[in-house]
Design a protein around this ligand. Structure first.
Ligand SMILES: NC(=O)c1ccc[n+]([C@@H]2O[C@H](COP(=O)([O-])OP(=O)(O)OC[C@H]3O[C@@H](n4cnc5c(N)ncnc54)[C@H](O)[C@@H]3O)[C@@H](O)[C@H]2O)c1
Length: 316
């Protein structure tokens, strides 16, 4: 991505997470933003509303809403949140079928209208949808990634800060694996201003934080009653877009294509990634315990089951 250029971000899916990502991108003035959705009027209405917040919040990003994929033309970054949440009575396979079809259409249109973009996928089931998006887009693996670990680690950072009564800004952590019950939070890589939390909290408190992180999405769903989290997911996707557009080389946990790293092959899974102008520029391999490695592999197996499900329903 060239310096001095005006960037364009396409949010494909202008529901809760998509609109929230657009808001954070506008607040950071990452570029101009196009909100795309199949619902007529809704992306236009949200884009106008966000534009009208600009004079108060002091941002100058141009926001537009559309139902026409042609308007994402030339986007540098696409944030994909199009899809349905799992509804009561819906099996995992049903969700794969529905969101798999949506992801296929989205990928075909991104490939057609924004062939040079870097794509951040948010739609669930996350790692499986990223794999599908990668296959359908035909982009280099570095330009297709998923947002999950960034959110999961933000949740864990918040929980540690709440437990210790310290600033969230001082807490750092890493969460690997798939986005779901089998994610792999790494307490041994969690610090408060450089101090490992193992020196600050008893093991049972750390275990409780790990468990709460794993169930972080469900906790919000239970409270909201309808829908799922969107502020933190939107902020996480915007943070990834920021690192790519500004070539910041932030080291963030992202769902990336592994070919050999951590002993895993041909799967998308949450790993530490350096994000810069060329997308997922580098996967960083850190030392993890045997138990964590085992959990990471279990996580990858879960993703492979989802990929097999896509093959079963004829989408892949
Ligand atoms: N990876 C994560 O950490 C994470 C976190 C939160 C949500 N999610 C997932 O993100 C997705 C979006 O969540 P949300 O809360 O914004 O849902 P939402 O229902 O508010 O928004 C989804 C939007 O997708 C649109 N859509 C449906 N089919 C489409 C198509 N073919 N093309 C374009 N748009 C289409 C809908 O009209 C809707 O506006 C869900 O799959 C959710 O499970 C993932």
């Amino acid at each position: 991505m060239a310096a001095g250029k005006k960037y364009k971000i396409a949010c494909i899916g202008a529901g809760n997470v998509g609109a929230s990502a657009a808001q954070y991108c506008a607040e950071m003035e990452l570029g101009d933003i196009v909100l795309f959705d199949i619902v007529e009027g809704m992306p236009q209405g949200k884009a106008l509303d966000l534009t009208e917040a600009g004079p108060i919040r002091g941002y100058g990003s141009v926001l537009t809403g559309t139902n026409d994929y042609a308007d994402i033309h030339g986007a540098d970054v696409c944030i994909v949140t199009a899809g349905l949440p799992r509804k009561p009575g819906m099996s995992r396979l049903d969700l794969l079928n529905t969101n798999g079809k949506i992801m296929t259409t989205v990928a075909e249109n991104i490939a057609k209208h924004a062939p040079d973009s870097t794509v951040i996928i948010v739609t669930n089931p996350l790692d499986v949808m990223v794999y599908l998006g990668f296959k359908k887009l035909g982009f280099p693996k570095e330009r297709v990634m998923g947002m999950a670990g960034c959110l999961d680690s933000a949740r864990m950072r918040a929980f540690v800060a709440m437990e210790l009564g310290v600033s969230m800004k001082n807490v750092d952590t890493m969460v690997l694996g798939s986005h779901g019950d089998h994610m792999v939070p790494l307490p041994h890589h969690t610090t408060v201003s450089g101090i490992p939390i193992t020196k600050l909290l008893p093991q049972e408190k750390i275990d409780a934080i790990v468990q709460r992180t794993r169930k972080g999405g469900g906790e919000i769903v239970a409270l909201l009653k309808t829908g799922s989290a969107f502020y933190a997911p939107g902020a996480s996707a915007a943070r990834m877009a920021q690192s790519i557009i500004r070539d910041e080389k932030q080291l963030l946990p992202c769902s990336a294509y592994v070919n050999g790293q951590y002993g895993l092959d041909d799967v998308y899974i949450g790993v530490p990634v350096v994000l810069g102008k060329d997308g997922a520029e580098k996967i960083v391999e850190i030392e993890i315990s045997d138990e964590e490695r085992k959990a990471l592999h279990t996580s990858a197996e879960e993703v492979r089951t989802g990929i097999s499900g896509l093959k079963e329903v004829g989408i892949l």
